[in-house]
Design a protein. Structure first.
Length: 406
């Protein structure tokens, strides 16, 4: 079967959607499908970095198209980068042989509209893999006014993509409810969470020691936020707690690994407040991820209150692979709170709401004490139900079934 995948990020980019799409492409190619990927030439979080325009990797044909590299410092910059990617993707699609199935993710917004329209025009099947839900997310974040012309227009385009799809893949039950509320038939929705990186992520004592030594963290209690630092994962309460703990608990260090606009805010906040125990690092290579995640004594998983069912912090699955103690800051119930509730005390975990730094400080100190009692050891990973071995075959089966639907 000829399958085309389209998303802004793909191998060798380290952003989550690119890594998960690469896993899917490799699996489809291994099953004998003819797989083509349309993606950006520029790295998702570092637009100055470029990848080859064309490449064949593991029997997958990769076409990396042009887009501007203005970055994320202003809305017009993002819009220009998105628009040029979409236009370049249209041109590349027109030059490719007709696929039997086209799979689109959600980066950038509206890429699904291009894929859905192309599938309708060429008589192909369309699979919509929703990583985050727009324009709902943009409205929740305050980037769009509800009821505005732009919001209504974007919602119509979103519903066009949903209705054209033979299958809609969502990441959790809360996202499924959002899609059902838009009038999409339950029979074409598949709930498949994004998987952990089974082969690369495990508790790594040697990697933990090396990371902590490299960054001067040997004698510190390390609180880590790893992943995309997006406004959908607001860090305001974390920053306030970090400032208070800098004065009262000098042995606690905060480490922010990844990228995004909120990480720049963290750097500025730490500089302005002269906080000594704050470390900010870019996305780390996948082959170092186990050591990086293992280096933390406590991981932060943060989700903004309005974003249940709109975004999905999938990094939690990798944290379960390294049996990391977790502090969740966000709304309840959510898919994260449900996962942590199901651990039944097998890991030190805690919850705190947004807007209450005192509660965050108290919970961090409580978890610090609990972690000291439990220690860190190389025990069997949790979260096997979120493993690649479990979830990737389900996604492959959903896509292969797409071509059989009438």
């Amino acid at each position: 079967m000829r399958i085309t995948l389209i998303n802004q990020a793909f191998y060798p980019d380290v952003v989550s959607s690119g890594q998960h799409l690469a896993d899917l492409a490799v699996s489809l190619a291994a099953r004998g499908h003819e797989v083509t990927v349309i993606t950006s030439r520029r790295a998702y979080d570092d637009p100055a970095k470029k990848f080859p325009a064309r490449e064949t990797w593991r029997d997958i044909k990769i076409f990396r198209v042009f887009n501007t590299g203005f970055g994320k410092h202003a809305k017009w910059r993002r819009a220009a980068d998105f628009l040029t990617f979409l236009l370049s993707s249209c041109r590349r699609l027109a030059l490719l042989p007709k696929p039997e199935v086209i799979v689109a993710l959600t980066s950038p917004p509206l890429v699904s509209v291009i894929a859905a329209g192309y599938a309708r025009l060429r008589g192909a099947k369309f699979c919509y893999w929703i990583m985050d839900l727009n324009p709902d997310e943009a409205i929740a974040a305050g980037w769009l006014s509800p009821g505005s012309f732009a919001a209504k227009w974007l919602e119509r385009l979103s519903r066009f993509s949903l209705k054209q799809a033979a299958v809609v893949v969502v990441l959790d039950e809360f996202m499924e409810r959002r899609i059902l509320a838009k009038g999409i038939a339950a029979g074409k929705i598949a709930v498949i969470p994004p998987w952990s990186h089974d082969a690369e992520v495990r508790f790594d004592p040697a990697g933990r020691a090396a990371f902590r030594k490299t960054h001067g963290l040997e004698k510190k209690f390390v609180v880590m936020y790893a992943g995309n630092h997006s406004p959908c994962h607001p860090l305001t309460t974390v920053l306030a707690a970090m400032k208070e703990l800098a004065m009262s608990a000098a042995d606690i260090s905060f480490c922010f690994v990844g990228g995004g606009s909120e990480q720049r805010r963290v750097k500025t906040f730490a500089q302005e407040n002269k906080l000594p125990n704050v470390l900010c690092l870019p996305y780390q290579p996948l082959d170092q991820l186990a050591g990086v995640l293992s280096a933390a004594d406590l991981h932060l998983v943060v989700m903004g209150d309005p974003f249940v069912g709109l975004v999905h912090p999938c990094k939690a699955y990798n944290l379960l692979r390294v049996n990391a103690p977790i502090l969740y800051m966000g709304p309840r119930p959510s898919h994260i709170s449900k996962i942590l509730d199901q651990l039944n005390g097998r890991l030190p975990v805690g919850w705190t709401p947004h807007g209450d730094p005192a509660s965050a400080v108290k919970t961090i100190l409580e978890l610090k004490s609990a972690v000291a009692q439990v220690g860190r050891q190389n025990f069997e990973p949790l979260g096997e139900c979120f493993s690649k071995e479990t979830l990737l075959p389900r996604l492959v089966a959903a896509i292969e079934a797409t071509n059989r639907k009438t």
